[in-house]
Design a protein around this ligand. Structure first.
Ligand code: SAH
Length: 324
């Protein structure tokens, strides 16, 4: 049966995250270095102060994976911002029962939800690393005769005539639209404008929207055919940060960034924290700790392709990492 790409992708990723160990197929920043989650925890603590230190406050994570980022964040918060640690209520947005069980093992007291819309009302701080890239997209192709949309049929793309997306492209170019990611930014934008707070998204994609097919599948750390490994490979795409900032602003929120991850983490002091951890360790261990931090920040590794974007209450001044 012919299906739209976003329908196929939503089903494939739901099956994938429900059944497979994603960390057998790819690794992520919090799994590379504990300093990543620690830095994001301190980011949330400073943002909480800037919000006027509301008590209680919801600290949420979307797509927490194994729970590593939040466990590292909470440890850093408990040590450096005890009042925030007391005020926060931990909520996790996760669809996979398998990953929820792993998260429960290291994040006692958390409350789970399927969707960001289900988070309880009130001031919110939300963290999300590599969450948006897993959300389904539609792909449109600019043909000489007009626009088409890519559908999936028996493991292949077929193009069907489509209404023009609100985007420019040259003949033969593909443009991608994630209605799911836009819905997340709209929902969050409206609630952050109404009840206060900030949401920090870290993911990969270009600073400005650019045409191109970014759909990819990873299985066992190697590229796979995205249409032929349904549920067995992780499907991801580049995140369109400019679109998310735009829809969040239209919903009344502020948007800060995107800032390249390397610059963002350096501004949060991640290299210094890695050096502090390495001090006093045996040389091989110290070198591994420093190398992990460099992987997160160096431009040719994860420092440039990955970006940080914050959506927030429009009255909040520059959040940590978003100004020089
Ligand atoms: N943030 C983690 C995991 C990234 S993998 C890390 O950095 O290691 C993507 C995560 O998002 C997984 O936890 C996956 O189960 C979750 N996820 C994917 N699609 C989702 C959706 N539509 N709703 C909620 N969670 C989703």
């Amino acid at each position: 049966m012919t299906e739209r790409l976003d329908v196929f992708m939503a089903r494939a990723n739901a099956a994938y995250y429900a059944a497979r160990d994603p960390y057998a197929d790819f690794t992520t920043a919090p799994e590379i270095s504990q300093t990543f989650g620690e830095a994001l925890g301190l980011w949330a603590a400073v943002a909480w102060q800037m919000m006027g230190a509301p008590d209680p406050v919801i600290l949420a994570e979307a797509g927490p994976g194994r729970g590593t980022l939040m466990a590292d964040a909470l440890r850093a918060i408990a040590r450096t911002a005890p009042a925030f640690h007391t005020a926060l209520r931990l909520h996790l947005v996760e669809t996979s029962p398998r990953l929820r069980a792993l998260q429960a093992g290291c994040l006692p007291g958390a409350v789970w939800h399927h969707r960001i819309e289900q988070l309880p009302a009130g001031p919110l701080l939300l963290l999300a690393n590599e969450f948006l890239d897993a959300l389904p997209i539609r792909q449109f192709v600019r043909r000489a005769a007009g626009w088409t949309e890519r559908h999936v049929l028996d493991g292949n793309f077929v193009e069907l005539p489509a209404a023009a997306p609100d985007l420019g492209a040259a003949e033969g170019e593909v443009v991608e639209v994630s209605e799911a990611a836009r819905a997340v930014a709209t929902t969050l934008g409206a609630r952050l404008a109404a009840s206060g707070g900030a949401a920090l998204f870290i993911d990969y994609g270009p600073e400005c929207r650019a045409p191109g097919d970014s759909l990819q599948a990873l299985r066992g750390r190697a590229p796979a055919d995205p249409l032929r490994a349904e549920g067995e490979a992780d499907l991801t795409t580049h995140v369109d940060f400019s679109a998310l900032a735009e829809v969040a602003r239209a919903a009344g929120a502020g948007a800060q960034g995107p800032v390249p991850q390397g610059i963002f983490l350096a501004r949060l002091g991640l290299p210094q924290r890695a050096a502090a951890l390495a001090r006093g360790q045996p040389p091989a261990r110290a070198a591994a700790l420093m190398e992990a931090a460099r992987r997160l920040t160096e431009p040719h590794a994860m420092g440039r392709l990955f970006k940080a974007l914050a959506l927030c209450h429009p009255a909040l001044p520059a959040l940590p990492g978003f100004s020089e």
